[in-house]
Structures are given as structure tokens and as C-alpha cells.
Design a protein around this ligand. Structure first.
Ligand SMILES: Nc1ncnc2c1ncn2[C@@H]1O[C@H](COP(=O)(O)OP(=O)(O)O)[C@@H](O)[C@H]1O
Ligand SMILES: [Mg+2]
Length: 352
């Protein structure tokens, strides 16, 4: 049996989402194939081997209700192991493959992927570079422009440029027109994102964005349906059917995504076959452009005239029971536990 290390939590604003994603992954892993080891990372960034129920992870009571022991992944390729730092000494648990069920900073942005690379242990999801590039909305937009992928008109600048008074907002506003979406370049789950309708709101929105990251991205507001495609694989990736977000809030924000359930999903989206096919092709093109491997969810705005504007690529999309990624592949006949098997197989394939 393979030793599968599942990592949950994370030093990220998306810690709570990861707990829910992880609980779903843990419930759906085929235990006859994998010996599952669970490592929790607290919101403060402490690494702990966790022994306890899945419910405690889901309810965020794992730190108090479970048994935890400090543990780290050895960066030494000879080890390929988790080093459990017991009071009596260091115990090595060998690891065959890692599934980081982490979202956002320090989990989806290439940082932890770098540790896995050093350790020489295969892992689910994109590698370091694609993870880092997809996390950064300014880099994503730059590469998408370069590859001729349709997207919103945009601008970006850093906190220091802005507060030093070196950014002239007038020409940017002229180019993008209000309302303007203001986003931290690196955040996730709609944290720090605002829609500004005038100069006053724009300045407030920039303050909020800069609380979350050193770089802000401004985008024109795209009018269209929010559609998403799940993609998985390495050199020859496959795309799922298309899903649609049916929003009730002004935009698909953190509350709508995870708290108030106000957002409905249409799976599959009600679209003509040729538009779905166009979106699937665009999703694979974007996936390859960014150098994605393993899996990603590619998000678009579908305009009235049929243009598919890329919004973003999520390299470790939500894996909760109500999340788009597992549901989209479920719709095309790949049940959750098989999905996990495939993602692990892609991790091992890339390693060879
Ligand atoms: N340029 C845009 N035009 C219209 N709506 C947008 C635009 N950018 C973002 N949104 C809305 O804001 C939500 C969150 O933005 P997104 O860039 O996907 O950030 P996150 O990485 O936090 O998911 C989107 O799902 C969409 O509803
Ligand atoms: Mg998004």
C-alpha cells in the first residue's frame, strides 16, 4: 500500500476552505489503496501530524480534539519522509505521494511545492512555477495577453509605487472605465476584492487590496456569464463539461462562495454544444499556456457575443462536496474517489 500524505489547513486566508476541502478528500479516498497520513498546518504556519477524526478537521476542532505532534517534510531526497518530532526523538514516516489540499497563499502559490520538489516526493497538482504564476493575477494576465487569450483590460502596480504618489489613476480609469474591479494580485477566494464605481471608491478599494498584497490588479468589469471548466492531466490534459455560477450577490465573493450558499451552480451549464466545446478548448489552451500539470479549474466570463474571457486559473480548486471541480468531473462520469486516484496517478506520472 502507498503512503499518501494529505496536507490540510495552511497559513492562508483560505484556511477554513481547506479544512472543508480536505474533509471531502479524506472521506473519498479509497482506503484499500492508500495508507493515509494527515498533516495539518495551522493558520499561523505550524506543521503538525494529526491523528483523529475527519469531523474534527471539518469543524476546525482538530487542534484541540485530536492528537497532534510537530512534524516536517524532510528536504533530503534520501529520506522521502515526514519527520515526526517526538519528545523521545525523530521518527521517520516514509511518504510515496502528497496531496496538498491547500488553497491560496503558502499552499497554492508554489511555496510548498518547492519543498516537495526538494524532498523528491511526487505531489498532486501543478508544479512550483505554474502554481506561482497562476496565483499572481498580473502574471496570469500578462501571459494570457502574450498567448492571445481574451481577457479584461487591466493594469497593475505595487503598493510602494502607489503610496509614493507615482501612479496616475486618471489614464487607467480612462482605459478601464468604471466600475473597476480592484484585486490583490495574490490572494484568492475573493479576499480583498472590491468593485469601485468612482474615484473615491477606487482609492478605498486600493487601500483594501494593499492590505492583502504588495501588488494590486485593476480590471474593467466584464459583462457575461461566469463559467468554469475543470482540467486535469499532464502533457495531454482532459477537460470536463462546463459549469456555471448563478449568482445572486453583486459578485461571487467569499460569502457567496462559502457562507451564505446564495450561489447556485448549473452543472452542466445550459449552453449550445459549440460554445461548450469552445470553452473546453480555451481552458486547455490556458492550462498549457501557464504550464499547468495535475489539475486546475479554469474560470471564464462568457460574453453575449460568444467571446470567452479568461478570468483566472485555480491550481488547487475547491474540493468540498459542493465544489465545482469534483462536480464537473462527476458529471462526465468520474466519481470523486476515482478522481483522487487519477490525480495521484498524474502526480506519479510527472515524477517519472
Ligand atoms: N473583471 C471582472 N469583471 C467582472 N466580474 C469580475 C471581474 N473580476 C472578478 N469578478 C468577480 O469577482 C469574483 C472574484 O474574482 P476572482 O478574480 O475570481 O478572484 P478570486 O481569485 O478571489 O476567486 C469573480 O468570481 C467575479 O464574480
Ligand atoms: Mg475566482
Amino acid at each position: 500500500m502507498k503512503n499518501l500524505l494529505v496536507i490540510f489547513g495552511g497559513c492562508s486566508s483560505e484556511y477554513e476552505v481547506s479544512l472543508r476541502s480536505s474533509a471531502s478528500v479524506l472521506r473519498n479516498i479509497d482506503r484499500s489503496k492508500y495508507n493515509v497520513i494527515t498533516l495539518g498546518i495551522t493558520k499561523d504556519g505550524s506543521w503538525l501530524l494529526y491523528n483523529g477524526s475527519i469531523d474534527n478537521i471539518e469543524n476546525n476542532t482538530w487542534l484541540t480534539m485530536g492528537v497532534t505532534t510537530p512534524a516536517v517534510i524532510s528536504p533530503d531526497k534520501k529520506d522521502k519522509a515526514l519527520l515526526v518530532l517526538k519528545e523521545t526523538g525523530v521518527e521517520k514516516i516514509s511518504v510515496d505521494v502528497i496531496f496538498p489540499v491547500l488553497h491560496g497563499k503558502n499552499g497554492e502559490d508554489g511555496t510548498i511545492q518547492g519543498i516537495f520538489d526538494l524532498a523528491g516526493i511526487p505531489y498532486v497538482g501543478c508544479g512550483l512555477l505554474a502554481s506561482a504564476m497562476c496565483m499572481d493575477k498580473a502574471i496570469t494576465n500578462t501571459l494570457a495577453d502574450e498567448a492571445g487569450i481574451d481577457g479584461a483590460k487591466w493594469a497593475a502596480f505595487t503598493r510602494s509605487e502607489y503610496y509614493a504618489g507615482n501612479v496616475d489613476l486618471e489614464p487607467i480609469v480612462e482605459k478601464l472605465s468604471f466600475p473597476i474591479f480592484v484585486k490583490p494580485a495574490n490572494a484568492g477566494s475573493s479576499v480583498g476584492i472590491s468593485k469601485a464605481h468612482n474615484m473615491d471608491e477606487l482609492k478605498k478599494a486600493l487601500d483594501v487590496a494593499f492590505e492583502n498584497d504588495y501588488k494590486a490588479v485593476l480590471e474593467e468589469t466584464l459583462i457575461g456569464r461566469e463559467v468554469e471548466c475543470a482540467v486535469m492531466g499532464n502533457d495531454d490534459p482532459i477537460a470536463s463539461c462546463i459549469g456555471e455560477i448563478l449568482p445572486t450577490a453583486e459578485f461571487y465573493d467569499y460569502e457567496a462562495k462559502y457562507i451564505d450558499n446564495s450561489t447556485g451552480l448549473a452543472i452542466p451549464a445550459d449552453l449550445p454544444e459549440e460554445i461548450s466545446e469552445k470553452l473546453r478548448k480555451a481552458a486547455i489552451h490556458a492550462y498549457k499556456t501557464m504550464g499547468c500539470e495535475g489539475c486546475s479549474r479554469v474560470d471564464f466570463f462568457l460574453a453575449e457575443d460568444g467571446t470567452c474571457y479568461l478570468n483566472e486559473i485555480n491550481t488547487l480548486p475547491g474540493f468540498t462536496s459542493i465544489s465545482m471541480f469534483p462536480k464537473l468531473f462527476g458529471q462526465v462520469g468520474i466519481p470523486y474517489s476515482e478522481l483522487i486516484d487519477r490525480l495521484i496517478a498524474y502526480a506519479e506520472e510527472r515524477d517519472k
